[in-house]
Design a protein around this ligand. Structure first.
Ligand SMILES: NC(=O)c1ccc[n+]([C@@H]2O[C@H](COP(=O)([O-])OP(=O)(O)OC[C@H]3O[C@@H](n4cnc5c(N)ncnc54)[C@H](OP(=O)(O)O)[C@@H]3O)[C@@H](O)[C@H]2O)c1
Length: 385
């Protein structure tokens, strides 16, 4: 048996994405014993190898990239395909010596039609679990780390605990709903498979540099506010905003994954007691960018007057930004939701790890937006954007 065959393997899905690539970087740097198998889709003009090369080159010099590429096995595939698109032999070979599976592939779009979101988020997760079962049967698998979202809470209000999932809640979009359905699937297999569930809240760039490859979620509403397109928003300044930097999410994930006692549990990778508020984020942004303060409007007034007026009076790109895109975020400005992270902190506090307060690092997040013109001038672009 060759040395390569004997090495323990880690499968990562979603490694071209914002979170997945950061998990990959962390593991390449810290886990020097393993080989990494990545399931990557091909793009029209870019093979998985080219995609991986450009992601690694965004972070490392050429020698380092070459060294890391040698520790990676690429699978041109799709998590929604049977056996990820591999033939039976290649599929069962993939399971050999597989010690860990990290499932970060998902559609994070809020407005994908339900059947399409289900296909990626639910069927994709089911396929991953079937693969994990094969690796488990062969005796190698130690754990599956599934990346969920704290927003499986949907339209719930108040405090959400890590043990809770289905309390009869409704959902704001197909993303929340299908991530909820996927988490349900996982919990049904907890008896047979060594799975842990991780629920990050809203992830932004690195706390030390502000660096991000993705300018969705918090970035888009912030950008249109800074550009003077959005001056009134529904909600109130004291609505909690639970935001975490990507380095915290990766550190917390690895810290928890190093503890075998964490299998069969769910962890909120959230800021929780360090969460900020809508008012704080917007006032930090106003002073950093020199923007006019935003006006908070009662949600009912906003929905009955400003929103219909904006629908009627805007057209073209402005209409698309305000009505088709920004409106998707409105529920998050109005709902008072807090994430209890007791299980997470039980593990993290032994390592002195906790999510930082936004005030400690948001200047760097803002500066990165300025330096890259909100992602337009990123040297290495998220190649899907
Ligand atoms: N970003 C956040 O604020 C946030 C917060 C909480 C939880 N999360 C969770 O974190 C995970 C990663 O999110 P992200 O922000 O990194 O998303 P992202 O940047 O959109 O990345 C998604 C990844 O999934 C891959 N993918 C999608 N469909 C696939 C398919 N059918 N087969 C194979 N790969 C597929 C994408 O591949 P392509 O490059 O080929 O499209 C990409 O690598 C998700 O599970 C999400 O629910 C994210």
């Amino acid at each position: 048996m060759s040395v390569k065959q004997q090495e323990s393997k880690v499968l990562i899905t979603g490694a071209t994405g914002f979170l997945g690539r950061n998990i990959l970087f962390r593991l390449l740097e810290k886990d020097r014993k393993s080989r990494f198998s990545l399931i990557i889709r091909g793009l029209k003009d870019q093979s998985p190898r080219m995609r991986l090369h450009s992601i690694l080159s965004s972070r490392y010099d050429e020698d380092q990239v070459r060294a890391y590429e040698k520790r990676i096995d690429l699978i041109l595939g799709d998590v929604t395909w049977k056996h990820f698109g591999l033939d039976d032999r290649a599929y069962s070979r993939l399971a050999d010596n597989m010690v860990r599976v990290i499932h970060a592939a998902a559609s994070v779009s809020f407005n994908l039609p339900l059947n399409m979101a289900r296909n990626i988020n639910v069927s994709g997760t089911e396929n991953l679990l079937d693969f994990a079962a094969l690796a488990h049967k062969s005796g190698s698998l130690q754990r599956v780390d599934y990346l969920g979202t704290a927003y499986v809470a949907g339209k719930r209000k108040g405090i959400v605990k890590e043990d809770e999932l289905d309390v009869g809640q409704k959902f704001n979009n197909t993303y929340e709903q299908t991530k909820f359905e996927a988490e349900k699937l996982i919990r049904e297999r907890w008896e047979d498979l060594p799975v842990a569930i991780f629920r990050p809240s809203i992830i932004v760039g690195e706390s030390s540099s502000g660096r991000t490859s993705s300018f969705n979620v918090m970035y888009f509403p912030l950008k249109i506010y800074i550009r003077g397109i959005w001056r009134w928003i529904p909600g109130s300044p004291d609505i909690p905003l639970d935001i975490v930097p990507v380095d915290f999410v990766c550190d917390a994930l690895e810290c928890i994954a190093n503890d075998p006692g964490t299998i069969g549990s769910c962890f909120h990778l959230s800021a929780s007691r360090n969460a900020t508020t809508m008012g704080q984020v917007l006032s930090m942004a106003a002073s950093y960018f020199g923007a006019k303060p935003i006006r908070f409007i009662h949600p009912a007034i906003y929905m009955n007057t400003i929103h219909p007026m904006a629908c009627f009076l805007t057209f073209g790109r402005l209409h698309d930004m305000l009505i088709n895109k920004a409106a998707l975020y409105l529920p998050y400005f109005m709902n008072h939701l807090e994430f209890d992270n007791t299980h997470t902190m039980d593990v993290l506090q032994k390592m002195g790890l906790e999510a930082p307060r936004a005030e400690e690092y948001f200047a760097r997040i803002f500066q990165f937006c300025i330096d890259t013109d909100w992602g337009k001038n990123l040297i290495e672009k998220d190649d899907r954007s």
